[in-house]
Write a protein that binds this ligand. Structure first.
Ligand code: FAD
Ligand code: SF4
Length: 434
């Protein structure tokens, strides 16, 4: 009897011990990621994100496995936890996968509210005639943006029919050429509306600008004129090529590098003021996402073409002298990936005295690059002027003249909240609610 007990008990004990050790190591690893993000000030999710009820969570890990981003959820002390909050893009696959309904998807956190504009079912804001589609309305993801862009243009078309106007008046100005703006523009084309699409940057929206390679589209979406699109997992480059192809096929011609700076109401109409002119229109569709407008330096010479606000392709900087400005993750990622290019000279200028707002892996990579002389780091410095062949940087009480071909400013973005406020659109601040 005793022997039989041992035959069963010993393997069980071994399995149990292995499991305990594994769970402890996993907790340690996931806690380290969470704490690193907290230290770097990256504990706030940008969009719809999961909140886990520990009383219901079994710690099975189905949520972490289901998440297309893979690294966002972890298991700490036997319960699921959002360990990479700022990387969550709101897929929501975790909530669907949870067998015990322990996950709710919410906006904002108890300490940091997220402003969500008030919208009617027709995507109209509290200012009649101004509509919102895509991530600005709260819901992230390409499929949601495409669907909302298409639906919002239906409401816009009804208004355009109803409002009578003389002279050169557009039916709608579509602001933003990300997935929502493209979809809305195709819808406007299909309905033969008089419209213009404007974007302060280029085609593709947020997707065009983020540094990683893969995009995941978990469900299909329907683009006007084109039909159903479903990519599953696709590289950023292929997705951008797809949008490009859509433009070629349909003849849609958005106006790029034209920023909308103000919208004012003129009776039933609106004047949309941009960096290049003004448009009078019956309706405005804001498809501007939530990432905002890049923060500028505000120094003489910044208007030169050599100053850009994001690094898209490090290879194009091979052999050049580049100044990167900023001290967060994107600045460190830019500086270190540029330093890997053959013959590139990289200087990083940051106002702060340490990279406290960057993740450990980027700080470590930066330290290694600095140690090997691949990047010159100027902490506690400020750019004073950008000139054709050099930049002037104030550092330690001196003005340094640094030979320069390109400047990449990674100083964060100005969120669209103030822009909405100036137009008179009401927003609701959500503190961890739906
Ligand atoms: C790192 C990261 C990874 C992601 N991964 C995925 C993923 O795998 N799958 C997925 O489905 N989603 C993903 N997303 C989310 C997805 O990118 C967004 O939800 C989607 O792009 C929103 O589309 P949008 O058209 O509403 O806004 P955006 O794509 O943000 O486009 C807004 C456009 O408006 C323009 N704009 C802003 N202000 C102005 C102005 N004042 N004047 C003129 N133009 C203006 C901008 O230049 C931009 O082109 C990810 C997001 C991030 C940040
Ligand atoms: S799927 Fe649900 S029960 Fe399983 S770990 Fe995630 S939150 Fe907990």
């Amino acid at each position: 009897m005793k022997l039989e007990l041992l035959i069963y008990a010993v393997p069980l004990l071994v399995i149990w011990t292995v499991w305990i050790v594994y769970a402890k190591l996993r907790t340690r690893k996931h806690l380290a990621v969470l704490e690193d993000n907290r230290r770097a000030g990256l504990s706030d999710p940008n969009t719809l994100h999961p909140v886990i009820d520990p009383a219901k969570c079994l710690g099975c890990g189905s949520c972490a496995k289901a998440c297309p981003e893979k690294t966002i959820l972890g298991i700490i002390d036997g319960k699921a936890a959002l360990i990479e909050p700022s990387l969550c893009v709101g897929h929501g696959a975790c909530a669907t996968a949870c067998p015990t309904n322990a996950i709710s998807l919410v906006f904002g956190t108890a300490t940091r509210g997220v402003d969500i504009p008030l919208l009617s079912q027709d995507f109209e804001t509290t200012v009649p005639g101004i509509f919102i589609a895509g991530e600005l309305g709260g819901m992230g993801l390409i499929k949601n943006a495409v669907e909302q862009g298409r639906q919002a243009i239906d409401s816009v078309a009804h208004r355009a029919k109803r409002i009578k106007a003389d002279g050169e008046v557009l039916d709608v100005v579509i602001v933003g050429c990300g997935p929502a703006g493209i979809s809305a523009s195709l819808g406007a084309m299909e309905r033969k509306l008089q419209f213009v699409t404007l974007d302060q940057a280029t085609l593709g929206g947020t997707v065009a600008h983020f540094p990683r390679g893969k995009v995941v589209m978990t469900a299909p979406a329907t683009l006007p004129i084109i039909g159903e699109v479903k990519f599953g997992e696709i590289s950023k480059e292929k997705l951008l090529a797809f949008w490009d192809d859509v433009l070629k096929k349909t003849g849609l011609s958005p106006q790029f590098e034209e920023q909308v700076v103000a919208v004012s109401r003129i009776g039933d109409l609106f004047d949309v003021a941009t960096s290049k002119g003004t448009y009078r229109t019956k309706a405005v569709l804001l498809a501007i996402g939530r990432r905002g407008t890049p923060r500028t330096l505000g120094v003489p010479g910044e208007e030169q073409a050599k100053v850009v606000y994001r690094l898209i392709d490090p290879e194009q900087y091979a052999g050049r002298r580049v100044l990167v400005v900023g001290g967060g993750d994107s600045a460190l990622e830019a500086a270190t990936s540029l330093a890997e290019q053959p013959g590139t000279t990289v200087t990083l200028s940051y106002r702060g005295s340490a990279f406290t707002r960057a993740r450990a892996k980027n700080r470590d990579r930066m330290a290694a690059m600095k140690g090997s002389g691949k990047v010159t780091e100027l902490l506690g410095s400020e750019v004073v002027e950008v000139r054709a062949a050099d930049v002037v940087v104030a550092h330690d009480g001196n003005h340094l003249n640094i030979a320069n071909d390109d400047v990449i400013v990674c100083a964060g973005g100005i969120l669209p909240t103030q822009f909405l406020h100036d137009i008179g659109i009401e927003v609701e601040t959500k503190f961890g609610t739906v």
